[in-house]
Design a protein around this ligand. Structure first.
Ligand code: GYE
Length: 330
C-alpha cells in the first residue's frame, strides 16, 4: 500500500496541477475580453479522494485547450459555504454557465434561485441537490448511487449463506451527500431484510483516507469481531486497510474481513486483482466530455434530459484481469 503521506502529497500535487492548468479559483472569471469565449464557472466540492482528482482532471482536460471555452474552477474544500461564495462570485462576474458538484443535497434553494434570477444555466454534476423546483437547474449528471449500493448488497447476498451471522462495519462518507445517502440506504435496507446481517457500527470517514484510518484504528482497539467492511469510497478503504494491517486483522480473499468498496479506482482495482479487496463497485468520474456535450446541446437549443446517469458495473478478483487494471484511466 502506498504510504499515506506520499498519497496525500500526490493528491495535493495533482490538484495543484489541475488547478494550475485550469486557473483554478482565486482569479476572476472572464479574464478574456473575447465575447466569443464561453465562460464556465465550476464549483468543485473538494479534492478529498482519487475519484475527485480524476473528475476535476476530466473537466479540465475537456475544456483546457479549447479556444471556445474558458473553464474556471473553484475548490470548495468540502465546505458548502465555500461553494455558495464561488457561485455568487460567478454571478457577479457574469459567467455564461455554472456547473456545481454539490457537497450535500440540502441547502441549495436560495443560491440556485439567485443563479436562476441572474439567467445563468446550471448543471448539477456528480451528487444531487434537494430543491423544491427542479427547473432551477438544467440537468443532473452523475451516478445512480442506489444502484451501486444494490450491486454491493446483491454480491454479499450471494456470498453469505442465509444461516450465517455476519457483522458489518460500515464506513460512511460525508453525511448528507447523495453518494452517502444512497449507498447507506442500500445497505440498511438489505440489513433490514436479512436477520443474520448486523451493522456493528457506522463510522464517519468523510470520504477521506486520513479520517477513515483514524476512526477505524480507534474502533479496532475495542472491537475486532468484523466479517465485512462496507466502505463508501476507495480512499476510506485504503485508510481502513492500513488500520486493519496495524491491528493484525486479515482481509480480502481468504481473510477474516470481506471488503466492499466504491469507486473502483486503479489502485483499488489492483488490490482487488491481488485478492486484498473482495468487491469494487464502479463509480465513473470521467464526466468532462458528456458535460461538454450537454452544454453544446443546450447552446444549440436541443432538449436536455433532467437526469443523466453514467454506465457502471462491479468487479471481483474473479472477473478482472491485470490488463483491465492497467488500462484504468483513474
Ligand atoms: O465515491 C468519492 C468522492 O460523490 C461520487 O465522492 C462521489 C463520491 C466518490 O469523494 O470518492
Amino acid at each position: 500500500m502506498r504510504r499515506f503521506f506520499d498519497k496525500a502529497l500526490s493528491i495535493f500535487l495533482s490538484f495543484a496541477f489541475v488547478c494550475g492548468m485550469a486557473g483554478c479559483s482565486f482569479r476572476p472569471a472572464q479574464e478574456t475580453s473575447d465575447p466569443d469565449v464561453y465562460v464556465i464557472g465550476f464549483s468543485q466540492l473538494g479534492s478529498e479522494s482519487d475519484w475527485r482528482i480524476a473528475n476535476t482532471k476530466s473537466m479540465n482536460d475537456t475544456f483546457a485547450n479549447n479556444p471556445d471555452y474558458e473553464l474556471v474552477i473553484d475548490n470548495a474544500r468540502q465546505q458548502q459555504e465555500n461553494q455558495f461564495a464561488a457561485v455568487r462570485r460567478y454571478i457577479l462576474e457574469g459567467v455564461d454557465f455554472i456547473i456545481i458538484a454539490p457537497t450535500v443535497e440540502d441547502g441549495w434553494q436560495t443560491i440556485l434561485t439567485e443563479v436562476h434570477d441572474a439567467g445563468i444555466p446550471v448543471i448539477i454534476m456528480d451528487r444531487s441537490v434537494a430543491v423544491d423546483d427542479e427547473d432551477l437547474y438544467l440537468t443532473n449528471i452523475g451516478s445512480d448511487f442506489l444502484r451501486q449500493g444494490n450491486l454491493a448488497v446483491e454480491w454479499l447476498e450471494d456470498e453469505i449463506p442465509e444461516d450465517t451471522e455476519i457483522k458489518i462495519l460500515h464506513l460512511q462518507g460525508t453525511i448528507g451527500a447523495t453518494a452517502q445517502i444512497q449507498r447507506t440506504k442500500a445497505l440498511e435496507d438489505a440489513v433490514a431484510k436479512h436477520p443474520n446481517w448486523e451493522i456493528t457500527s457506522q463510522l464517519y470517514g468523510d470520504f477521506t483516507e486520513a479520517k477513515a484510518y483514524e476512526v477505524v484504528t480507534d474502533y479496532l482497539k475495542e472491537n475486532s469481531d468484523i466479517d465485512v467492511l462496507y466502505s463508501e469510497n476507495d480512499n476510506m478503504t485504503f485508510g481502513a486497510m492500513r488500520a486493519l494491517d496495524e491491528a493484525g486483522i486479515s482481509y480480502g480473499n481468504g481473510g477474516q474481513v470481506k471488503i466492499i468498496t466504491f469507486d473502483a479506482t486503479k489502485e483499488a482495482l489492483q488490490y482487488c486483482h491481488d485478492g486484498k479487496i473482495n468487491l469494487c463497485v464502479e463509480c465513473n468520474p470521467m464526466f468532462g466530455p458528456r458535460v461538454k456535450e450537454l452544454i453544446e446541446n443546450y447552446r444549440n437549443g436541443l432538449p436536455i434530459p433532467k437526469h443523466v446517469y453514467v454506465d457502471e458495473s462491479a468487479y471481483t478478483t474473479q472477473n478482472i484481469t491485470q490488463e483491465f487494471v492497467d488500462s484504468r484511466e483513474y
